[in-house]
Design a protein around this ligand. Structure first.
Ligand SMILES: Cc1cc2nc3c(=O)[nH]c(=O)nc-3n(C[C@H](O)[C@H](O)[C@H](O)COP(=O)(O)OP(=O)(O)OC[C@H]3O[C@@H](n4cnc5c(N)ncnc54)[C@H](O)[C@@H]3O)c2cc1C
Length: 380
């Protein structure tokens, strides 16, 4: 394991830093968090700028270390967040790159990288969240199409997405076919007839996710990634990206927020409170450790072909709790101001409640760490 950057990598950092210094001052503000179509337009325009400058292809062409440098530098400079492009760039795209055919890669990856097409994730269902393999949305083969019926829930960005990474049941559960064996991974176009998207409003007022109802939606068999009934294995690849690499950039963002909270504490006198100082110091150590863990994960993934392993669950577990603690500390520093909905940290604190649920709850991550890393017996 080597955690130092080479001269060539440092040159890449300097070039990127220069480019960010040139383009960022001219960028407008990202639209209000409640304006999803506006945010989609903003996020995809930023993706297009990255693409045109040659920085969008990082996950495929550049080394994982260059990708880390990209995250460090974009966060350091305060560049826009991946936003509406999250699923496409950070887990659907990487899954297609790892598991898709040459044709599928050519069809879906360039529009993701250019910001032309936005993806959402249709995994969870009303009775299949943590127990994902219990999903019931079914797909019945009719010639060269699947006919899909059922419903999904908590589908982030469904309102503005063009494509959905969708899990369906292609073989009913029987004593011979356990629930993990009859699942298939499909790419579903969100404009297909039979799809109804009903937005759900969050505590903070945003409609970032939705219920998605599927009534005999026709999806070409050619849109299947991996073999029929082999979707559970493909899903493990998607989840390993979602937990292992998708949130990595946000660790750097958390370090920036932490520095801002410390500045605010100094300015408003809460710094004099030893408990707050201790919390800030501990969080600083936590985010530094998470960044080292990220470097270690990347260094390990380089040896195994780039798909992150179960170690991603350690990262996801620590990261989601540390991020909640960061915003709790920010609220203590702000005092009564932490109830002001106009303050970024207030909205971030409200959404931080979801971090230990989204992308797999902390309990599920602990189960994975116990069973797959520590080799403890299965809980059920
Ligand atoms: C902000 C946000 C965005 C999301 N975006 C998407 C999305 O885009 N696409 C999508 O498909 N899904 C999405 N989800 C759904 C998310 O993946 C699920 O909410 C999550 O997997 C938990 O499932 P559940 O809500 O059904 O909880 P349940 O599975 O009902 O769990 C309830 C509680 O029981 C615990 N529990 C369950 N089983 C076990 C067990 N075996 N051992 C120990 N404890 C257990 C859980 O940890 C949890 O505390 C999102 C969720 C959030 C909060």
């Amino acid at each position: 394991m080597d955690l130092t950057y080479t001269e060539q990598e440092e040159r890449f950092r300097q070039e990127l830093r220069r480019w960010l210094g040139e383009v960022l001052p001219g960028l407008p503000e990202r639209p209000d968090p409640l304006d999803w179509p506006g945010r989609r337009a903003y996020d995809t325009a930023w993706q297009r700028m990255l693409y045109d400058a040659g920085y969008a292809d990082l996950q495929r062409e550049a080394t994982p270390t260059q990708h880390l440098i990209f995250l460090e530098e974009t966060e350091r400079a305060g560049a826009p967040y991946v936003g509406a492009n999250f699923v496409g760039l950070l887990h659907a795209g990487p899954t297609i790159a790892a598991e898709g055919t040459e044709e599928q890669r050519a069809r879906w990856l360039p529009p993701i990288l250019r910001g032309d097409e936005v993806w959402c994730q249709g995994f969870s269902e009303p009775d299949a969240g943590s127990d994902l393999a219990s999903l019931r949305t079914k797909a019945v083969r009719d010639g060269d199409q699947y006919v899909v019926s059922g419903s999904k829930i908590w589908t982030s960005h469904a309102e503005v997405a063009d494509w959905c990474e969708l899990l369906v049941r292609t073989t009913p559960v029987t004593p011979e076919t356990p629930k993990h064996k009859g699942i298939t991974w499909l790419a579903m176009p969100m404009d297909a007839p039979g799809i109804t998207v009903r937005p759900l409003r969050t505590l903070a007022g945003s409609t970032e996710f939705a219920e998605v109802f599927l009534d005999e939606v026709r999806v070409p068999v050619a849109n299947r990634v991996g073999a029929e009934n082999d979707g559970w294995r493909v899903t493990m690849v998607t989840l390993s990206f979602e937990r292992g690499t998708a949130f990595v950039g946000e660790v750097v963002a958390c370090r920036r927020t932490l520095a801002a909270v410390a500045r605010e504490a100094r300015a408003n006198g809460t710094w004099d409170d030893a408990v707050i100082r201790r919390q800030l110091g501990r969080l600083n150590a936590e985010f530094m450790t998470l960044w080292r863990l990220t470097q270690w994960n990347v260094s390990e993934a380089q040896k195994t072909g780039g798909v992150p392993g179960a170690g991603g669950s350690v990262f996801k577990l620590r990261y989601s709790h540390a991020r909640q603690e960061l915003y709790d500390t920010a609220a203590e520093v702000l005092g009564a101001g932490s109830f002001d909905l106009g303050h970024d940290w207030t909205l971030d604190r409200l959404s931080s409640l979801s971090y230990t649920i989204a992308a797999g709850t902390s309990q599920i991550q602990r189960n994975i760490v116990a069973e797959r890393i520590l080799g403890l017996p299965k809980g059920r």
